[in-house]
Design a protein around this ligand. Sequence first.
Ligand code: CP
Length: 312
Amino acid sequence: MKHYLSVNDIESLPDWVDEAITLKKDPYQFEDMGKRKTICLLFFNNSLRTRLSTQKAAMNLGMEVMIMNFGNEGWALEYGDGTVMDQGTSEHIKEAAQVVSQYSDIVAIRAFAGLVDKEKDEAEEVINGFAKYATIPVVNMESSVGHPLQALADAITLKENETKKKPKVVLSWAPHPKALPHAVANSFVQMMKMQDADFVITHPEGYELNPELTEGCQIEYDQDKALEDADFVYVKNWSCYSDYGKVLNKDKDWTITKEKLGNAKFMHCLPVRRNMIVEDAVLDSEQSLVVEQAKNRVFSAQIVLKKILENK
Ligand code: CP
């Protein structure tokens, strides 16, 4: 594997999950692998988990870590070919990506969707620009359309908590005051399609995700029906995809309560808005796996970095 840009770059999900669970038992067993190697983490958007877990994963492998809040501190990048740069952008992605490649062995990037121009977001100009012009491997720390490190951590968490061979896993939309991207839900769907599970997606009408990604998935508009007999309920807000980036609904009937959850385990990528997405009683109960999911972000990143280092 050269780059880790999407869940589709996982060569074998069951093998990677098993390997991550083994790594978790002895995180320093490959601490010499990254000696004298450097990873550069570039953030165009905020983060808590991704920043610290990816840094920790790299440190567990013996790597040096450089972090830059590119969105606030870097030059505004130009992505267009042949642009006369007489407006707001100061540096072209072609030079920036090649320069970063001189300073590090892997570059990891976070660059969210703008949620204004669907075509532009789907072109993934930041992460694809780096993948095109960098001479080193590129890791996606959440791009416009995907969050593959989160999805791999979620697969690890599912495996560690499953009590039956084919669990029922429900991805439920929940309300949020702001327009949020589709990246987490997209990668979760892609990852679930690689699993042996009874997988159901539930959301209000109008909140259909990209149909190319959900093709073959069961979609149930009645949340109560979808949640019946669920083993895991993965909750996430996303904005409208068809009327791109719009918030159509803030209906708190979709908020996850203890009653709705039943005996299922609750999952969310965090950060989560309490009593909007999910009520306190769920997050404060033993049914919540959110902190375990965050812990597994270290091991999803560590397995990805290890695969890249092994290939270098
Ligand atoms: N889940 C996740 O990516 O968290 P951060 O946005 O805090 O990195």
